[in-house]
Design a protein around this ligand. Structure first.
Ligand SMILES: [Zn+2]
Length: 675
């Protein structure tokens, strides 16, 4: 049985195919359909799609710069610019003039490319001249470093047969080409991949991180093939797949459970990156069992370690057998890498479920990994986290400070976090193989793209989503143009409406699929989708029967009083602890089958530029709860969830729940109170 996310080669119109009467005498009719994915056949005429014999692309990435974020998403990107991504060179020892990426002699590993991969994209998305110019300095250094046999970058990596840092740099160069069209990138990559082609098997991805992460290399090989069509790239692609660790077999095993500390397969960041490798190779192999295999691994991992809100799984360095509850953290690198994997799989398969997974992490987990001003971050974020202090009084695999917000101490995450929001913004809209557009991820934005017969349209997406329940798409076009508009229907869809120019469309959207509206679009046409998400309570039977509150794309956490305290750093770049000032040990007094009886929306407001903090929460819920006196802290860590339902012979209180992404101190999985 195929997994529901597996793509279909032949797209069936599944539920509805209707013609809606025109609203004006001169208008063409509007055809509406529901499809699992955009079609694979065809090929977008205006944007680079997969080239034969690769699997045709149902969704095609638009050139960077086509999508302009607005509202709260623009707010995040501007905070990045003014915070640790835009100004990282001030504080990172890896971005100084003794970097191996400058001298080519000393050490130059993943850190600079990690940062540049996001920093450059931040500049292209914001069209920020200063960032673009500063990024170009590092890109030029990489281009200039190329040797006669095609190798580039620091020689230490070459001597260690370590391709990993260059894989990251290839992403930075890919974006640079997409944003500028600089043709040097294509010849540079061609020479580099010829160098890779000539590496003997025994020295190609011999071990260590690169072996787990070969899918990243493979992704850029296909990107180049689509632009040059050189067949040696497909041979290289096959070899890279064969030399990369096997991500088609079960990631979890008894043997790895025994050696969890040593297993690279149990490292959270490796999993969030590696899991997509079979999906990348699927473009060449066209074997649906590859998608089945990666889906089976996703399911295994999430069922064992991801029974918690926020889209992540517990791996506070590695997965630790027996540590499955929501106080286990996920590394910030894991969040942005998991998001990126789902963005890639969304493009390759067209399956809308990957957009849901990406949004869940972006809206619920990622924001809490950083201070509201995006000047500090921490290594680990957990759904239940009651103290972001600098002590080691937490039960994590690593010792030392892991949850305090410190711009100085988290080497990889500090650099790698840079690409999270820019990549998210770049994948909001995508071209389709039938020369249409898909609204794939949702956030306030404007897209400019060529569609239909080649006309350029400019669509404004106005919304407070994920905090608001309405999205308005307004068409801007110089002349009427016919094309299909693919509207993603989230998997949590439980009713709502879609209207065009104020008239309800006779559509019957299915969760996790797309509504396709094909018509001759004209200036000012307004498509509106209105969600009607209900407050839901998710029970986690294997996690002490705990419960979590969800409404649409957002999970909700207990609002805990915050005390920020500086413990290090500088005035400009402080290292901060975040400590609780109010009680956190509440169980929810709720009937999971009837949440509305005890949980209600108290207030709503428009999101500001930085909505991800407690006082700015655009939605606030109130819920009935009781304190659980026996549920206490273990050191600075929240105690294990008591097995529920829990008897609580104390008075009912009304507690405040805020979106999980707004809560850096948080209880997101609650004990269930016994009736
Ligand atoms: Zn990291």
């Amino acid at each position: 049985m195929r997994n529901s996310l597996a793509p279909l080669f032949i797209i069936a119109v599944l539920a509805v195919s209707a013609l809606v009467g025109s609203q004006g005498a001169d208008e063409k009719t509007t055809a509406i359909a529901v499809v699992k994915t955009p079609p694979f056949a065809g090929g977008n005429r205006y944007y680079v799609s997969n080239r034969a014999p690769l699997l045709p692309s149902p969704l095609v990435k638009l050139p960077i710069g086509s999508i302009e974020p607005k509202g709260w998403l623009l707010g995040q990107l501007r905070l990045m610019r003014d915070g640790f991504t835009g100004r990282l060179a001030e504080i990172s020892r890896f971005l100084k003039d003794d970097s191996g990426w400058i001298t080519l002699k000393g050490k130059g590993w993943e850190e600079m490319p990690y940062w540049l991969k996001g920093y450059g994209d931040l500049g292209y998305v914001l069209k920020d001249k200063e960032i673009i110019s500063k990024a170009k300095r590092w890109l030029e250094l990489a281009l200039e470093s190329q040797q006669s046999d095609g190798y580039f970058g620091p020689v230490d990596n070459r001597e260690n047969h370590d391709l990993w840092p260059n894989m990251v740099m290839l992403f930075a160069l890919r974006s640079y080409h997409e944003a500028t069209g600089d043709a040097r990138v294509l010849s540079f990559m061609t020479r580099y991949f010829r160098y890779e082609k000539d590496i003997p098997d025994g020295e190609l991805l011999p071990g260590s991180w690169q072996k787990l992460r070969g899918g990243d290399n493979l992704e850029v090989v296909y990107w180049l093939y689509n632009r040059t069509g050189e067949s040696f790239l497909l041979d290289l692609g096959r070899r890279l797949h064969e030399r990369t660790s096997d991500w088609t077999s079960s990631v979890l095993s008894d043997q790895r459970d025994k050696n969890w500390e040593e297993s690279s397969f149990y490292h959270g960041v490796n999993i969030t990156m590696g899991i997509r490798e079979p999906g990348i190779y699927y473009q060449q192999a066209k074997d649906g069992t590859l998608i089945d295999a990666l889906e089976a691994n996703y399911k295994r991992i999430m069922e064992a370690y991801g029974r918690q809100p926020g889209g992540m799984f517990g791996a506070d360095e590695n997965i630790r057998p027996g540590y499955q509850d929501p106080r286990q953290g996920a590394e910030t690198c894991s969040m942005v890498e998991f998001m990126s994997s789902f963005e890639s799989l969304l493009k390759i398969t067209g399956a809308a479920g990957y957009a849901d997974r990406c949004e869940e992490i972006a809206f619920n987990s990622l924001p809490a990994s950083m201070t509201p001003d995006l000047k500090g971050l921490h290594y680990l974020t957990a759904p239940n986290l009651i103290s972001c202090d600098s002590t080691g009084e937490h039960d994590f695999q690593n010792g030392g400070t892991l949850v305090s917000y410190d711009p100085w101490s988290y080497r990889c995450c500090q650099h790698n976090v840079a690409f999270g929001w820019p990549y998210f913004a770049e994948h909001l809209w995508m071209g389709t193989s039938d020369d249409g557009l898909a609204a794939a991820l949702f956030a306030p934005s404007t897209v400019t793209a060529r569609v239909g017969d080649g006309a350029e349209v400019r669509i404004s997406e106005d919304t407070a989503y994920p905090f608001g329940d309405v999205i308005d798409f307004t068409m801007g076009t110089a002349k009427p143009v016919e094309f299909p508009f693919y509207l993603r229907i989230p998997s949590w869809w439980d009713g709502g409406s879609v209207s065009l120019n104020g008239e309800a469309l006779e559509a019957n959207p299915r969760p996790g699929e797309y509504l396709v509206i094909r018509r001759k679009w004209k200036e000012g046409d307004r498509l509106r989708i209105e969600f009607r998400p209900q407050i839901m309570v998710q029970t986690w039977p294997t996690i002490s029967n705990s419960v979590s509150v969800r409404r649409g794309p957002l999970w909700y956490s207990l609002k805990i009083g915050e005390q920020w305290r500086r413990y290090g750093g500088t005035d400009e770049w402080p290292a901060l602890e975040l400590l609780p000032t109010t009680a956190w040990n509440y169980g929810l007094d709720v009937d999971p089958l009837d949440p509305a009886a005890t949980i209600r929306i108290e207030s709503r407001k428009e999101p500001i530029d930085q909505p991800f903090e407690p006082e700015a929460s655009p939605i606030v819920l109130k819920a009935k709860a009781r304190k659980i006196p026996s549920w206490t802290a273990e050191g600075r860590m929240v105690g294990k969830l008591p097995p529920g339902p829990v008897a609580a012979d104390v008075a009912v209180e009304e507690i405040t729940l805020i979106p999980m992404g707004c809560a850096r101190l948080r209880i997101s999985s609650f004990p269930l109170v016994k009736k």
